[in-house]
Design a protein around this ligand. Structure first.
Ligand code: FCB
Length: 431
């Protein structure tokens, strides 16, 4: 019997959905989507820690986020684009800083906006994948010590409780944290942040302290990991409980930054890296409904550590090796390590040359299809990013979008690669 690629992805989604708590209660179709994150697209996220850091002196941000893509006002158009491309999933995040701009002050109006987004997705036949923490926190939370504070998990869980009670019944998949492993992963980078970069971060944080009369301003992505790490793990447990209390059958998980780690030569340190970086999160994920995978490149590791890309490698706009097939390896590993179904919550490439993205997408998806054909349960593929947007410290330089955004008029223009993904989605496979 021959099985077409189309059937392979459907079968993957069906078996994965049967495992993922409630995805089975809705039609088990493979999700094809695009992703965004609040701070990167909404604009004027003025109560957030990131906004403050963009405006202090000195700062490591190349430029401020400003209006971003004005998606706070244009989200209907964004969802319309997702639909018109033929995709059936949209991943976005909700901004804690907008929902609780001051401690204990809850914005019901802002919760209504996110509720409208969830509802509009549903009306358009799009599954909303909602991230509760995508790097940013309210400014007040960072000023009181952020994730270094012992009660940080409880504060975050309270936010998740409020948000989930308003949104949970419409959400398809809930992601508690985006890339909580980024800090430990950074230590294994080819060139980990050196003294100069660390001093620049410290100077920016000191400026933030001065700006808000604090002596402990602390960020999710840069606070001391020995203190922040355990609190973030506890934050996930409590967030998951809060979301499940609102809707027990809503699939909940977290999304990890997960390069395709490849062992090179005898005595590779790959096992050490995996234990140190991912294992604490995999331990949590084994009790989750799915594991979110975010893959951009591979990492080759020998007996000494991380190797530079091989001779002849091509590079992306942000200096990563261009290696679309990384996705398949990362997804296989995430499932083997956790036993959970996989949702690809990010995968993409920074490039000004959209033809490269059009080449990247089918190659990455083929590597995913091969994993599915080998029995890995995968519930969906969500591309980063829907829009060219605010790429954190790098500002508006790197272009990850399927859709270009005019920085003056905010006009959205789908690129040819968006239609490449759309065709794959409509066919439910690379054909
Ligand atoms: C991921 C982040 C996302 C975006 C992409 C390029 O690490 O989750 O916000 O910055 O990288």
């Amino acid at each position: 019997m021959t099985v077409s690629r189309r059937e392979i992805l459907s079968a993957g989604a069906a078996s994965a959905a049967a495992t993922a708590a409630s995805a089975g209660s809705r039609a088990p179709r493979f999700l094809w989507g695009a992703a965004s994150a609040g701070h990167q697209v909404e604009g004027n996220n003025v109560s957030s820690d990131a906004w403050l850091l963009e405006h202090v002196q000195p700062t490591v941000f190349k430029e401020p986020s400003g209006d971003a893509c004005d998606s706070l006002h244009r989200w209907r158009e964004d969802i319309g684009i997702v639909r018109s491309l033929g995709l059936n999933a949209y991943r976005f995040s909700i901004e804690w800083a907008r929902i609780e701009p001051e401690p204990g002050q809850w914005s019901l109006a802002m919760l209504d906006v996110y509720r409208d987004m969830v509802d509009r997705c549903r009306e358009a036949g799009i599954t909303p994948v909602v991230t509760f923490s995508h790097f940013t926190s309210p400014r007040w939370f960072a000023a009181r010590g952020g994730w270094e504070q012992p009660d940080a998990p409880a504060r975050f869980a309270e936010f998740c409780d409020r948000a989930a009670r308003r949104l949970a019944d419409g959400i398809g998949y809930a992601v508690t944290f985006n890339e909580p492993d980024l800090q430990p992963l950074g230590k294994w980078a080819l060139t980990p942040p050196g003294p100069k970069a660390l001093a620049a971060l410290a100077a920016m944080t000191a400026a933030a302290d001065r700006a808000c009369g604090s002596d402990r301003f602390s960020l999710f992505t840069t606070g001391p990991w020995d203190v922040v790490g355990p609190n973030v793990l506890e934050g996930h447990r409590r967030a998951r409980a809060a979301i499940k209390a609102a809707r027990a059958d809503l699939p909940v998980g977290l999304s990890l930054a997960l390069p395709d780690d490849q062992a090179v030569g005898p005595g590779s340190r790959i096992g050490e890296k995996r234990r140190e970086v991912y294992e604490p999160f995999f331990e949590l994920a084994r009790d989750d409904d799915f594991i979110g995978v975010q893959t951009y490149n591979r990492s080759r590791i020998d007996a000494h550590g991380t190797l530079p890309p091989p001779t002849g490698a091509r590079f992306t706009q942000v200096g990563d090796e261009y290696y679309p097939e990384a996705l398949g390896g990362a997804v296989r590993y995430a499932h083997a390590a956790t036993g959970r179904p996989v949702l690809v919550t990010e995968n993409g490439v920074a490039t000004e040359d959209d033809a490269l993205r059009a080449d990247f997408i089918p190659r990455a998806v083929r590597s995913l299809q091969a994993a599915v054909a080998d029995g890995v349960p995968v519930v969906g593929y969500i591309h980063w990013s829907l829009l060219d947007n605010f790429e954190w410290f790098s500002g508006y330089g790197p272009k990850f979008g399927l859709v270009a955004v005019d920085r003056q008029t905010f006009r959205r223009t789908p690129k040819p690669s968006a239609h490449v993904l759309g065709r794959i989605a409509r066919a439910n496979a690379v054909v």
